[in-house]
Design a protein around this ligand. Structure first.
Ligand SMILES: *Cc1c(COP(=O)(O)O)cnc(C)c1O
Length: 448
């Protein structure tokens, strides 16, 4: 398959003409401090003027390699030509009616795509929202309504958003929850499967049994509406559960009338080498939340699920002013078409085939790299202090800063902030990816 062409004019290369951040970015940073809440953090204070394909062009004329995709959003490339054209066409027709007032066809077409693409051949329905957190909130609403039960189970290291209910579902106090409570009740947390930190040899089925026995003793299946879980945990550290963990949980849910909700907001839409990460182990969720990459950079999220669950809700029970905005829907249809036509799931697997050996070679040289993990184009390094094996967030921050200064955008994650994560746009060229990985390798070997 040929890669789609990145948007016009932006050369796909790393090229620095000033130090980073440059003088114009520093001027803007001063304006930011005077106008934007300090609560909104910035990973790399380089202000962007244009972006295309796998590069970001800053206001000082520096061209940076993007290994973050705006947190797994611009999987089809930034300003992807098909997305730009679809948005332009839609925006000239109409910008908003509110689907709940007078509907329009692109909303239907997105829901039809979701029914086709999400796991399982059963009858499905969808509802569209503005943000991932909103989709997760609505998953819980539907699960409670359909089951008549209140409790929700989530796992350690989970991230599901920043609204009140999704803060309750999210694990990490810092930075997401600290002093923002009280939180929504009836949320219970159980251990996940974290192979690097679990007892050696613990299988996925054993990790699931550990979680399920806690659920049975402390919640009880008859009180439980749903289990909400990321098939590969994102913000919590790109944690890939041991094989068997997800299928065992899903099977227990099915046996007990508990809904299995897959939060695929970060993993979905080709990121892990399949359309959805659940497919890797043949898990079919009752409800699935999507967002991020779905619309190539425009704000859109979705809840998709079994028709009988989604249609159980009373008329008018779901919605929102902007949910499924027509411009965002047009962008989603163009993004999905690009993923299909250019086999971006295959592209994610090719990224893994290039990056994994490079990262494994780095790990072999560097005892601070405790593990290389991930799937497809969702890859990470967990960094530790080698003598104690304690998480090393300071080293992780140093590595990220060294990459940033060299013009490569990498992100960090993990409950202990000791994971470097890579989320390149799926259309990134092998050369640009390799150059980014070389910069990262150098940064790890020369930090600390
Ligand atoms: C990003 C993310 C969310 C929240 O999405 P927003 O659009 O930021 O509200 C929820 N779940 C997962 C797994 C995410 O990665």
């Amino acid at each position: 398959m040929t890669a789609p062409q990145p948007s016009a004019g932006l050369v796909q290369r790393r090229h620095l003409v000033t130090e980073l951040p440059g003088p114009r970015s520093r001027e803007l940073a001063a304006r930011r401090a005077a106008a934007v809440s300090a609560g909104v953090n910035v990973a790399l204070p380089v202000f962007i003027a244009a972006a295309g394909g796998g590069v970001l062009l800053d206001v000082d004329g520096n061209s940076l390699i993007d290994l973050g995709s705006g947190i797994a959003v611009t999987s089809v490339g930034n300003a992807a030509p098909a997305v730009v054209a679809a948005v332009q066409e839609q925006v000239e027709c109409f910008t908003h009616t509110c689907f709940m007032v007078t509907p329009y066809e692109p909303y239907l077409a997105v829901c039809e795509e979701l029914a086709r693409l999400t796991p399982g051949g059963h009858e499905k329905r969808s509802a569209l929202f503005n943000s991932g957190a909103e989709a997760v909130e609505n998953a819980v609403k539907v699960a409670r309504h359909a089951t008549g039960r209140a409790a929700v189970v989530v796992v350690d290291h989970a991230y599901h958003g920043r609204t009140n209910l999704t803060m309750a579902l999210t694990a990490a106090a810092m930075p997401y929850k600290h002093r923002f409570g009280p939180f929504a009740p009836e949320v219970y947390r159980v251990p996940t499967s974290y192979p690097l930190r679990d007892p050696p040899g613990m299988s996925g089925a054993q990790a699931a049994a550990r979680a399920l026995s806690l659920i049975e003793r402390q919640v009880g299946a008859e009180a439980l509406a749903c289990v909400v879980i990321e098939p590969i945990q994102g913000e919590g550290g790109f944690i890939v559960p041991a094989p068997g963990f997800l299928p065992t949980i899903a099977q227990w849910c099915a046996e007990h009338g508990v809904l299995f909700v897959a939060d695929e907001i970060q993993t979905g839409f080709c990121r892990t080498g399949d359309w959805f990460a659940c497919e890797h182990e043949g898990v079919i969720p009752d409800l699935i939340t999507t967002g991020k990459a779905i619309a190539g950079g425009l704000p859109l999220a979705a809840l998709t699920g079994r028709a009988e669950l989604m249609d159980a809700v009373h008329v008018g029970g779901l919605g929102g002013t902007y949910g499924g905005n027509p411009v965002a829907c047009a962008a989603a249809l163009a993004s999905i078409a690009t993923m299909r036509e250019h086999d971006l799931a295959g592209a994610a697997r090719r990224i893994e085939a290039i990056a994994t050996p490079a990262l494994a070679a780095l790990a072999a040289q560097c005892p601070a790299v405790a593990q290389v993990r991930g799937r497809g184009a969702m890859l990470a390094l967990e960094l530790i202090e080698p003598t104690t094996a304690a998480p090393d967030p300071a080293l992780t921050a140093q590595v990220a800063h060294a990459c940033h200064r060299a013009g490569v955008v990498v992100l960090t994650c993990g409950s202990d902030a000791n994971v470097i994560r890579l989320l390149p746009p799926l259309i990134i060229s092998p050369d640009l990816l390799t150059e980014g990985l070389d910069v990262l390798t150098h940064a790890v070997l020369h930090s600390g």
